[in-house]
Unconditional design. Structure first.
Length: 106
């Protein structure tokens, strides 16, 4: 019975750490960029886009497709940074145990 109580205590500790990490991730903002910084995208810790910044030099009607591609690339850059940060923070909670790929914590 003592082992069960110890295990339950560990579960509660892990839940508290998980809650703290989720709060930190909600406050996180990550910038991604493409085109040498001409396009910047900001995502929150959940991967939701918060802001897009496009250098005025790209605002030419005949270059719209290039700008669209740069926005997608910047968003992907920011998202990969968010995912890496989430993975890193979750490793601190799980004690280094790997989280299965695709497992969402939000």
């Amino acid at each position: 019975m003592k082992d069960l109580m110890g295990m339950m205590s560990k579960v509660r500790e892990m839940q508290a750490r998980m809650q703290k990490v989720q709060e930190e991730l909600e406050a996180l903002t990550v910038d991604g960029q493409s085109g040498g910084g001409l396009v910047r995208v900001t995502l929150n810790g959940k991967g939701d886009m918060q802001r897009v910044s496009i250098d005025p030099s790209l605002m030419k009607p005949d270059e719209a497709e290039i700008v669209e591609d740069l926005i997608v690339a910047a968003a992907q850059d920011a998202k990969s940074k968010v995912e890496a940060t989430v993975q890193e923070k979750m490793e601190t909670v799980t004690g280094g145990l790997p989280i299965p790929p695709g497992m969402k914590l939000f």
